[in-house]
Design a protein around this ligand. Structure first.
Ligand code: NDP
Length: 328
């Protein structure tokens, strides 16, 4: 067992933020009752914001970024986890205010960990990552609100990204007919391979939103926010539901109350970070069951720790297709 381990660390200096690979020891880790040998992490949109410093995601310095990891328990003083258990961590402020997953080793609170579901490897769990687990929370939000495959077409925005790709794959496996909205129409074959029934150019959802548009969708998973989400809401059928999880276009929402009060449209917010543990475990169990592992492989690329910083810029630039796993 090595006493030092390799990690990415973000520091703040007078000149701004620096990012580098460092050798650390256990004393550099933060409080927690479980230490994990990290096998895989992944790049999420929020990791891009942290690595580039484009938004104040990192709240303490120095910090190991990485909001996700999967690995094997190395030490534990908590009865729920024993040495050798395979575990997953998503969110809870890890990679923001607590040292995260771009590291060979992590120490966290046991309450934040869930056991790796049967049927998934640590690499597959990180191919899913927060993005995929959020996609599942969005699908569950549609289901909870009565949207069934018989209800009609489902729209997924930000389709070629991580959340969008997993949402399409899960929805199509569950029998929903899915339209994918993307700025990368050249990726139509990729999106159809994941199960999309139709592709639209995201510009179609970028005009000035009308209070009430032509009703097209029984439900939607929105990764984009802003004008796109406002247009989506205006096109939802009577009683339909939008699961909103993202802000890739922006944080604003130039919408009107008309769809809510005249069409009983429901806008459901989806948060992965503080989502209670029972619902997380439910989402992960559903992913193990309802996500086609071959489709997951088709949307996943692997990178090393050395490539993480550049990948952070790429995901913000919308250049990452599907999911990026970091092999630690
Ligand atoms: P990705 O970067 O992988 O995907 C985002 C996609 O949004 C892009 O691939 C692109 O899709 C589309 N997009 C990007 N910029 C714009 C734009 N200006 N206008 C319209 N569409 C755009 O990120 P993730 O899939 O990992 O995350 C998606 C969103 O969900 C992010 O905003 C992220 O912060 C948020 N998120 C929220 C979580 C929560 O807990 N609520 C958890 C995880 C993610 P295309 O190329 O197909 O057009």
């Amino acid at each position: 067992m090595s006493d030092t381990f390799k990690a990415i660390q973000i520091n703040k200096t007078d000149e701004g933020q620096t990012v580098g690979i460092v050798q650390l020891t256990d004393s550099d880790l933060m409080d927690g009752d479980v230490t994990v040998d990290v096998a895989h992490s992944t790049i999420n949109y929020k990791d891009g914001l942290a690595l580039t410093g484009k938004a104040p995601v990192v709240r303490t310095f120095p910090l190991i970024p990485g909001i996700d990891f999967a690995g094997t328990v190395r030490t534990s003083s908590n009865d729920e986890f024993k040495i050798g258990d395979k575990v997953i961590l998503n969110g809870w402020g890890v990679g923001e205010g607590h040292n995260g997953g771009f590291s060979e080793r992590a120490r966290v609170k046991a309450d934040w960990l869930i056991k790796l579901p049967d049927g998934l490897t640590t690499a597959q769990a990180m191919a899913i990552g927060t993005a995929g687990y959020t996609a599942m929370l969005c699908v569950m939000a549609l289901e909870d609100n009565g949207v069934t495959p018989e209800s009609g077409e489902i729209l997924v925005t930000g389709a070629a990204g991580g959340v969008g790709s997993v949402a399409i794959a899960v929805l199509s496996k569950l029998g929903y007919s899915v339209t994918a909205s993307t700025g990368r129409t050249s990726e139509a074959d990729y999106l159809k391979g994941l199960g999309a029934n139709a592709i639209i150019d995201r510009d179609e959802l970028n005009g000035k939103p009308r209070a009430l548009g032509k009703t097209l969708w029984a439900g939607a998973v929105d990764c984009v926010g802003s004008t796109t989400l406002a247009n989506v809401i205006s096109q939802i059928k009577y009683g339909g539901t939008v699961a909103a999880c993202g802000l890739a276009q922006g944080m604003d929402l130039p919408s009107s109350v008309a769809p809510f009060i005249l069409r009983a449209v429901k806008l459901i917010g989806v948060d992965s970070v503080m989502c209670p543990k029972p619902r997380r475990e439910q989402a992960w169990a559903r992913l193990a069951q309802d996500l086609d592992i071959e489709k997951l492989a088709s949307m996943t690329n692997h990178i090393s720790l050395d490539e993480v910083e550049a990948a952070g810029s790429d995901i913000l630039a919308g250049k990452v297709k599907g999911r990026l796993v970091v092999d630690i």
